[in-house]
Ligand binder design. Structure first.
Ligand SMILES: [Zn+2]
Length: 304
């Protein structure tokens, strides 16, 4: 049983409160054509991580992977200067952000690469990835290349027991992702379905929960598609129906303009603005603890 982060093994009890889906550096600007999506504000990120740590968050699950600009040296610097723990991911994102390696290599090679990064380390860094993510589907569909990545992830999961964290585009295709994984024998209790809070639909959320998978309310504070009030209502509803062990929380900041200094909400938003709303709605401290610490631990921990 083990969880590895940038600084080595994270011992039981040391994971602490965890944001389950974040990026500390990211570059999607080549495809998106928007310089704001070159998320390279490392000095500001370090300052915000210091504040986040002071407010009680211990760990960030970093889901940047191949083709998104995963940058271990930068993550090491952030860890060193802020004291936050960072857990790293392996895998490929989604169309049209898949790198040449994912497009051209047979699925078996992608499986091998993921297993190597999970079991031995990333390149010669000695740093191990702890989970597979974020792997994504497009809006209302899984493209052929995305299916290849999902198959590779499922097979690497079967070999290693590592958790899988997904991206759904605007919350669509979540149940289909789970159906796909089921076909490959994935333990759905090790799957986190991302961005479900961009499509707050009770029926879909309950059907996801019934599979045993975890729902990531991981775009907290992004209110273009769903209000935080809707998030609160839906989290409360899941808890009332007995699914508190299947909810995790995060903010998924991805742009320079998301940082406080640049006029955005910043990483402390969840603690300062969102959790008070959950408490006001009657969510108990033990339930918040469950979603922020116990669930991440259970999901990330690998039985070896
Ligand atoms: Zn995403």
């Amino acid at each position: 049983m083990a969880i590895y982060g940038i600084g080595g093994e994270i011992r039981p009890g040391q994971l602490g409160k965890t944001y389950m889906h974040e990026h500390l550096y990211l570059d999607l600007s080549r495809i998106k054509g928007d310089p704001d999506t070159h998320y390279n504000a490392t000095d500001l990120v370090i300052e915000e991580m210091k504040q986040l740590k002071a407010k009680g968050i211990s760990t960030i699950v970093e889901v940047t992977n191949h083709g998104m600009g995963r940058d271990l040296e930068r993550m090491q610097r952030i860890v060193k200067e802020s004291g936050i723990q960072v857990v790293v991911s392996t895998g490929f994102y989604k169309d049209p952000f898949l790198p040449a390696a994912a497009l051209s290599q047979p699925v078996g090679e992608l499986v091998k690469m993921m297993i190597r990064e999970l079991d031995e380390g990333i390149e010669d860094s000695g740093i191990r990835a702890q989970l597979i993510g974020e792997i994504g589907t497009s809006k209302d569909q899984m493209t052929e290349m995305e299916a290849k990545v999902f198959e590779a992830a499922a097979r690497a999961h079967r070999e290693t027991g590592a958790a899988i964290s997904t991206h759904t585009t605007l919350g669509t295709y979540a149940l289909e992702q789970l159906e796909f994984f089921k076909g490959f024998g994935v333990d759905l209790e090790k799957v986190v379905v991302g961005h479900v809070d961009l499509r707050c639909d009770v029926e879909t959320h309950l059907r996801i929960a019934q599979t045993g998978a975890t729902l990531a309310f991981d775009t907290i504070g992004k209110v273009n598609y769903a209000s935080d009030e809707a998030r609160v209502t839906h989290i409360k509803g899941l808890i009332e129906r007995g699914h508190v062990e299947q909810v995790v929380l995060s903010q998924d900041l991805t742009r320079k303009s998301h940082l406080k200094e640049n006029g955005g909400i910043g990483y402390c938003y969840m603690l300062e603005e969102f959790l008070p709303k959950l408490r006001a709605a009657g969510v108990k401290e033990t339930e918040i603890q469950q979603m922020l610490e116990n669930n991440p631990y259970r999901i990330l921990d690998r039985k070896e």
